[in-house]
Design a protein around this ligand. Structure first.
Ligand code: ARG
Length: 545
């Protein structure tokens, strides 16, 4: 709606007009163009605004008002009706596209030989949503799973596998993690084990046959498990390029850093120094590379392969320093400007006491969370008459969608900087600010539309106040998605969707919809928009609920 109005105003007034959202009493849109013209024309903004006001003719406004130098625009009934019909006709393509740039987004990025923990859940969910949002806005987006599959910890794991004489092929990912934990337990009594771990990592780095083979098995097993999780979460990441992928690219970046005078020797190590940050390490004193080295090589690789305008990292806030150093170092090397990078530094999960036990004090496994929430979801829909008659298989699919939707929405509704609390009842509440509530609203809209049948789309009746409010919310959709993109904040979409659903549901309680063309159209418009929003949030809607 907004761009269309801007275009019309540009034609009518012969100048570029940018519309903003003012306070409600000042109309639907406003422009402060008179203020910038005032200086040039040496007249008061008030005078200019009054002149401009008279030149606006479009029927899309019911009223244009010059007030204190601002131009305020009020949408006409015609504008709202036309736009509502566009929503209904274009459906999932409504407002899709634009002139975006090129983006690489690094998200999910779990570590192998460890079950997928809820620590990586936020990155996966927010990252996928940002991916969807930017793609929707016309960007060419590439997603990268920067899998943690390299480093001394895998030397420790290999050592322990050998020591316990295990065949990793026979082990679950959980059991692989246990091996790593046991290594550290043993090390408490025997610090020399550290050296053993390093030895085995060296073997791995050198490409020694057995080390490679064992590591490959651990990696494959982990990926198989992660794949299952991604499938259940309906997440799909374009490329999995783990840290090990950069192994043969590390010498290059180290050389480059040396040559350009960005790296310097310090106590046997090679470091990069910064003005306002502690130094980062490219080579440890034993000659091994680091997480930082691999990330720097990844920056170079991504630039060369994808030529992105923006490089986004959806990584927890505990890595703020690491990524600051990375962006700074990339700039020092002349690879990219700091402004080309963005760190979506998400807050952590908090556990409501007693509700989610961390097993043996370790990370909480996503698998456990999902099975727990599914159990709860099963409970919630147990007596739902609409699920009666579904095959057990189909019923399970509904339950999985509800559960996964609940987990995702619980995460996405909060700004990424905030931490996330697991409150099962809140997450599943069919009345509250939850994923299932939004899914339920879609199911309701669908059933209203089905019951109402065909209706006349040439709506001739006028909207009442409530209806007009709903349509106005609907037509703000693109602006909301843009705001979410600009701020890397899917929560803006989540909040909007919840407000729209709430408004619709209270409208539904109050008015009879079937048999009334404009209300049928509004219901269809609401459905299209909520479905759009949910798809941007990677939340799918079950057939029945
Ligand atoms: N695997 C890392 C971890 O679990 C996250 C990687 C994030 N991405 C990156 N390019 N550093 O901590």
């Amino acid at each position: 709606m907004k761009e269309r109005l801007e275009k019309i105003l540009e034609e009518e007034l012969g100048m570029v007009i940018t519309l903003e959202r003012p306070l409600k009493e000042h109309g639907d849109y406003a422009s402060n163009v008179a203020f910038s013209l005032a200086k040039k024309e040496k007249k008061s903004p008030r005078e200019i605004a009054e002149k401009l006001e008279k030149r606006v003719r479009s029927e899309l406004f019911s009223k244009v008002e010059a007030k204190d130098g601002f131009l305020n625009f009020f949408l006409s009934e015609k504008a709202l009706k036309e736009e509502l019909l566009t929503v209904i006709n274009e459906r999932e393509d409504y407002k899709r596209g634009g002139e975006g740039g090129v983006m690489v987004i690094d998200y999910s990025s779990p570590n192998i030989a460890k079950p997928f923990g809820i620590g990586h859940l936020r990155s996966t969910i927010i990252g996928q949503s940002l991916y969807n949002i930017y793609s929707f806005l016309g960007w060419s987006v590439t997603g990268i799973n920067h899998l943690g599959d390299w480093g001394t910890q895998y030397g420790k794991l290999l050592y322990q596998i050998k020591k316990e004489n295990k065949d990793p092929e026979e082990l679950s990912v959980k059991e692989l993690e246990d091996l790593y934990v046991r290594f550290h337990k043993d090390m408490e009594n025997d610090p020399r084990l550290e050296e053993k771990g390093r030895e085995w990592f060296l073997k791995l780095e050198k490409g020694e046959e057995e080390a490679r083979r064992l590591w490959q098995i651990c990696k494959r097993k982990s990926l198989e498990e992660f794949e299952k999780i991604y499938e259940e979460l309906e997440v799909s990441i374009d490329h999995t390029l783990g840290e090990s992928f950069y192994e043969d690219k590390l010498q290059d970046i180290i050389e480059e850093a040396r040559k350009k005078g960005v790296a310097k020797e310090s106590e046997g190590a090679l470091i990069v120094e910064f003005k306002d940050l502690p130094p980062a390490m490219l080579l440890k004193s034993d000659g091994s590379t680091t997480y930082f080295t691999r990330d720097l090589a990844a920056v170079k690789y991504r630039l060369e392969r994808f030529s992105p305008d923006k490089m986004v990292y959806e990584v927890g806030a505990d890595q703020v320093l690491h990524l600051k150093q990375l962006f700074e170092a990339a700039e020092k090397l002349g690879l990219a400007n700091k402004e080309n990078f963005f760190h979506v530094a998400h807050g952590m999960f908090r556990l409501k006491e007693g509700k989610l036990s961390t097993r043996r004090g370790r990370t909480v496994h996503l698998e456990d969370v999902l099975s727990r929430i599914k159990e709860k979801a099963r409970e919630t829909v147990k007596d739902s008459p609409s699920l009666e008659g579904l095959s057990p298989d189909k019923k399970e699919r509904v339950i999985s969608k509800i559960a996964v939707g609940a987990v995702k929405y619980n995460d996405l509704k909060r700004h990424y900087k905030r931490s996330v609390v697991f409150d099962w009842d809140e997450m599943l509440s069919l009345k509250g600010d939850s994923g299932p509530y939004l899914q339920y609203t879609c199911v309701r809209c669908k059933s209203v539309l089905k019951k109402g049948g065909e209706y006349d789309k040439a709506i001739d009746e006028e909207f009442n106040e409530r209806e007009r409010e709903l349509v106005k919310m609907i037509v703000a959709f693109r602006e909301i998605v843009e705001a979410a993109g600009n701020n890397f904040s899917p929560n803006i979409i989540a909040e909007y969707t919840h407000k729209l659903a709430k408004e619709f549901n209270s409208f539904y309680d109050e008015y009879k919809i079937s048999g009334n063309d404009k209300r049928m159209a509004i219901t269809e418009g609401v459905l299209v928009i909520i479905m759009q929003c949910l798809s941007l949030l990677t939340i799918s809607v079950p057939e029945k609920m």
